[in-house]
Design a protein around this ligand. Structure first.
Ligand SMILES: [Zn+2]
Length: 392
């Protein structure tokens, strides 16, 4: 990391901490956000009000990519840059999302300054004032993350980025050698580390980029009993929420404006507008995620949520978290549930697992038969773990 990058990150970190202290109640937060939104909409999105912009999904964003970034890059040009076939514009980083349900990898454009602001914001939200004491932070994420490669010589901020692209075992020497105080990684990898009894003693662990399901939560707590466990809800499209000291996810409403649209079954789909980004306009972006509003005793004015899964992974109109809780609640240690189109859903349970209870619970919930199979279930090393998965 360059000194300038570190300075930007620390500045963003301090600003985030200051704002957190200032936003004593919801009204003050909303008034501040409305002012920032008005300015951003006028200067960056070129409109007067949010309602002047259409709600965008991934396909619309890809189709209109050139109109939504300051450099006028097409999706094809940006993809070529992200794949190393062309040089990115100076001072910018072009990456590709890891690709989830649709399989389409979406390019994104972020300026160097924005990348360090993102990093500083995450440090502030995860560590609070401790962030300014320069703890050793390791981030293990797939290559799609905009945070990736923001590391450097480590003098300004001791950061270590670990790629999961080469498999989990390949990461151990670098990670153990770095000895992080704080570890940010997908839950499937954290669960694997916990099971491997890795020689690590982080004080804080953050599950990121995937839903933190009960099996990983239990494994991480057992493997790292001294560490505080939290969550970061983020995607290549932005930083959406970070958990507080109580472990509850709070929307990052000091960075993104979040519209929560009804998605059925008690769930809401966040539609986000990132009013801190200028290189690429991310406005009214449909996340494709499902959340539920919850309450938190910490007193933060930022709304609290739990992530319930992906919109596209609903089976029979039922949200993935409800399906998960039914199967795990009926005694399964782990499972996968997959449906292709409208075919019979397939429930996979690990060998030696209780099978009758989970199957009955699921069939009752879905109102239809499911196919049961028994197979060893290992965490995927190069793709996201989705216990409930529906494909077209
Ligand atoms: Zn809280």
């Amino acid at each position: 990391m360059t000194l300038r990058g570190a300075a930007i990150a620390l500045g963003a970190c301090a600003a985030t901490l200051t704002r957190a202290a200032l936003f004593s109640d919801r009204a003050r937060l909303e008034a501040w956000q409305a002012r920032r939104m008005r300015r951003w909409l006028r200067q960056t999105a070129g409109v007067e009000g949010l309602q002047d912009l259409p709600i965008m999904d991934r396909a619309a964003l890809m189709a209109g990519f050139a109109a939504h970034n300051r450099l006028g890059l097409t999706a094809e040009a940006a993809t070529a840059m992200a794949e190393g076939r062309a040089a990115p514009p100076p001072g910018h980083h072009v990456g590709l999302s890891t690709g989830t349900t649709s399989g389409v990898r979406m390019p994104y454009l972020i300026s160097e300054a924005e990348r360090f602001i993102w990093l500083g914001t995450i440090l502030a939200k995860t560590l609070g004032l401790e962030a300014l004491r320069r703890p050793r932070v390791a981030v293990a994420l797939p290559r799609g993350s905009a945070l990736y490669d923001a590391a450097g010589d480590g003098r300004a901020l001791p950061l270590c980025f670990v790629s999961l692209g080469a498999g989990f075992s390949a990461t151990l020497p670098a990670l153990e050698g770095f000895a992080p105080d704080v570890l940010v990684a997908p839950p499937r990898y954290l669960g694997w580390l916990a099971g491997r009894r890795a020689r690590l003693s982080p004080r804080r662990i953050y599950a990121a980029a995937e839903v933190l399901d009960p099996p990983e939560r239990a494994a991480i707590r057992a493997g790292f009993p001294a560490a505080r466990l939290g969550e970061i809800y983020m995607a290549t499209e932005g930083l959406f929420a970070v958990s507080c000291g109580h472990g509850t996810l709070h929307l990052a409403e000091d960075r993104v404006h979040v519209e929560l649209t009804e998605a059925g079954d008690g769930t809401l789909e966040p539609v986000v507008t990132d009013f801190t980004r200028r290189a690429q306009v991310m406005a009214r972006y449909r996340t494709g995620d499902l959340v539920r509003l919850v309450s938190c005793p910490c007193g933060s004015p930022l709304r609290a949520v739990v992530v319930a899964g992906r919109v596209a992974d609903r089976i029979g109109g039922i949200a993935p978290d409800v399906l998960r809780d039914a199967v795990l609640g009926a005694g399964a240690r782990d499972f996968r549930l997959a449906q292709v189109g409208d075919e019979t859903p397939v429930l996979t349970l690990p060998p030696g697992s209780e099978t009758a209870g989970p199957r009955v619970a699921l069939e009752t919930l879905l109102g239809r038969a499911v196919t049961l199979q028994v197979a060893r279930l290992a965490p995927p090393e190069t793709t996201k773990l989705r216990r409930v998965m529906r494909s077209p």
